[in-house]
Unconditional design. Structure first.
Length: 330
């Protein structure tokens, strides 16, 4: 059973993580090529699987349509995988070419000679690189869903006959595509493990001290009288909380986790405004004039900080696990 769909989905799911997704999206032409390659790999695999399930149609015309279609689908799938490799490693040198895979040359040659450019291959009269000139013919009476014969004629009058097994071509192509997709996934996982190892010793949860709940108690105690002794203690505790939030934001940014596609950035943005307004409240400025409103703002900040603490624990667990999702499913 084909694993192409499954592998393609694993790769697609992998790069949907905000740390991968936003850098890829920043290069629009590259991102367009990548998403097109995902669709094409999936679509062509559906075509190939459908071809395998269909019976031989019996008529010559329908058989030709099936042969033309399956050879083009194999060729397209190879091109799509090549584009996927290039899109996920745009700076990799040498540039990856699908022809570097041992199975690709034969499959592409059959497609070229049977349904791509059968009339002329090579140029015996070329001044630049004179060589063999060939023309190719699909032998009509040989055409079946499962195979056909190609007759090749040469400029010297000789000719050859080559039988093509479509089933064998599909099998070799699938072996190649699955191998390349596994290699793509393995490289992504290796890069992710390297990234996690860089940060796994720095615990995000440690940014918020165990006394965080006590800091909020002092903030609430100081709201009614911000200029009193309790009020000044509350002000200092609010500043400490704000510092912890900013440190957490910096830590996420170092990990590449703050981006347009992440919820973490939204959570931090939500908490910034009420903290700023509470600081102004203690200075007798800003929009908060009623202690009751300040209490509501402080409650919101407390709840958001608790959410950030939970997020920090979850991220620490993720970074402590050097086995990626794909590793578990190999």
């Amino acid at each position: 059973m084909s694993k192409v769909h499954d592998l393609r989905t694993k790769i697609s799911d992998f790069i949907r993580h905000p740390r991968w997704l936003d850098p890829l999206r920043c290069n629009t032409p590259n991102w367009n090529m990548l998403t097109s390659s995902f669709d094409t790999v999936s679509d062509t695999e559906t075509v190939i699987s459908t071809f395998e399930a269909l019976p031989d149609p019996g008529s010559v015309g329908a058989r030709y349509l099936m042969i033309y279609g399956i050879l083009q689908a194999l060729y397209l799938q190879q091109d799509a995988v090549e584009s996927m490799v290039r899109a996920l490693g745009p700076s990799t040198r040498p540039i990856y070419r699908i022809e570097s895979e041992p199975e690709a040359e034969e499959i592409r040659k059959v497609r070229h000679r049977a349904v791509g450019h059968p009339t002329v291959e090579g140029n015996v009269a070329s001044k630049k690189s004179p060589g063999i000139q060939m023309s190719h013919f699909v032998v009509q009476h040989s055409v079946r869903k499962d195979g056909f014969t190609i007759m090749t004629t040469f400029a010297n009058g000789l000719h050859t006959f080559t039988h093509v097994s479509v089933g064998e071509l599909i099998g070799r192509n699938r072996t190649m595509i699955e191998r390349v997709l596994r290699q793509i996934l393995a490289k992504l996982e290796a890069a992710e493990r390297e990234h996690r190892n860089m940060f796994k010793k720095g615990k995000l949860a440690d940014i918020f001290p165990l006394t965080t709940h006590h800091l909020f108690e002092k903030v609430f105690e100081g709201i009614d009288s911000p200029t009193s002794g309790d009020g000044q203690i509350g002000k200092g505790c609010l500043n400490a909380i704000a510092k912890h939030v900013e440190t957490f934001k910096e830590a996420l940014n170092k990990r590449g986790l703050l981006s347009r596609s992440s919820d973490w950035g939204c959570d931090l943005t939500e908490i910034e405004y009420p903290i700023v307004e509470l600081k102004k409240y203690w200075e007798g400025m800003g929009s908060l004039q009623d202690p009751r409103a300040a209490y509501i703002f402080a409650t919101f900040v407390r709840d958001r900080v608790q959410a950030l603490q939970k997020m920090a624990v979850e991220l620490d667990e993720e970074y402590a696990d050097t086995a990626t999702k794909g590793d578990d499913q190999q």
